[in-house]
Ligand binder design. Sequence first.
Ligand SMILES: Cc1cc2nc3c(=O)[nH]c(=O)nc-3n(C[C@H](O)[C@H](O)[C@H](O)COP(=O)(O)OP(=O)(O)OC[C@H]3O[C@@H](n4cnc5c(N)ncnc54)[C@H](O)[C@@H]3O)c2cc1C
Length: 366
Amino acid sequence: MTNTLPTTIAVAGAGLLGRLLAWQLQKSDIQVTLFESGSFTPDTPQTNRAAAFTAAGMVAPLSEAVVSDEGVYRMGIFALQQWPAWFAQLPATTEPLFFNNGSLVVAHHQDTSELEQFERELGFVLPGCKGYQHVNQHDIHQLEPDLHSNFHTGLFLSEEGHVNNREFMRLIGDELLKLGTRIREFSPVETYPGKIVTEAGEEYFDLVIDCRGLGAKKQLRNLRGVRGETLHVETKEIHLQRPVRLMHPRYQLYVVPKPNHRFMIGATQIESEDRSPMTLQSSLELSSALYTLSPAFAEARIIEMDTNLRPAFMDNLPKVDVQDGLIVANGLFRHGYLLAPAVVENVLAHIFKKPEAVFSALLNQH
Ligand SMILES: Cc1cc2nc3c(=O)[nH]c(=O)nc-3n(C[C@H](O)[C@H](O)[C@H](O)COP(=O)(O)OP(=O)(O)OC[C@H]3O[C@@H](n4cnc5c(N)ncnc54)[C@H](O)[C@@H]3O)c2cc1C
């Protein structure tokens, strides 16, 4: 990259990474133009909506270490500090944007081997890990009184948290407008060093940052989409303080409490780029597993079914590719909220020429 700081930056994609980067850069007095192929304020599930809107918003370094590696864990620990720091810079809201009540992992009696396997895998990725504690029936009841009383054993991961993600996406969108970011919605683009190509022609910038998630697939050939289906229900019959994961031999479900008596249940993980609506089988699996967490969910109203694709490289790890005039950040897979703080800090370190870009060894692979 050249030695002078850029004064005009184009960000392609107003999903999770795109909004965060545009926000941080615009606050540093750089003129940012944010291109989004769809609507900037998608209120309802729609084709090609950012995965950031579909996500559960969990920031779960330990739970996710089991399906990734120590690097992901370290970046996730960073996220647990960074999200509250960022939220402190946003206007106050009636609902908190970040919840740090930990998370609970449980299994039915006949599936306790799944819980043991989870713990073994955690010990394999993070030897000597002390970030969780075993809980018994009494502890589970203390933590989540509304869960079914037949859970005898579980793990409590006290440091994990979750983001009120749709509210955050809306709020940061408002902030960008207030700060004067140029928003260009319904503008699908292609990215090149120093150049954005829209349907209308070419536009030039000091720097282009490509945050198009799966929309970059044509240019990033090793990127793939991983289908995830989610269910949203509403009920006043049950209250949860934190995400609850249910270990099961065939499917692993999580329930994340959301504002206004809503719960998000997710998510399937299917190697397919099919964005069509949820299958009957997935809806049965998610809802029957939910019912086993507490029969009180039986009367819950289904208010939304959503499907989206997680952008992932072959190793399911994120990458930041830095060239002169173009930075590409992508591949956050099922870890967008977990890894975005590390990825954003890394990109900013490159732009502002901080001597040692954070998490370089983990992210900057070509
Ligand atoms: C079911 C599900 C559950 C999830 N749960 C979690 C979770 O609990 N915790 C967690 O950490 N992560 C979770 N994730 C993952 C997280 O949502 C993604 O990793 C994250 O959203 C990726 O961020 P991104 O900015 O790269 O892409 P996105 O958020 O998908 O944003 C990409 C944006 O680029 C736009 N775009 C695409 N093509 C173009 C183009 N040509 N021109 C302009 N704009 C374009 C898109 O419209 C979109 O707005 C989940 C994902 C799914 C699907």
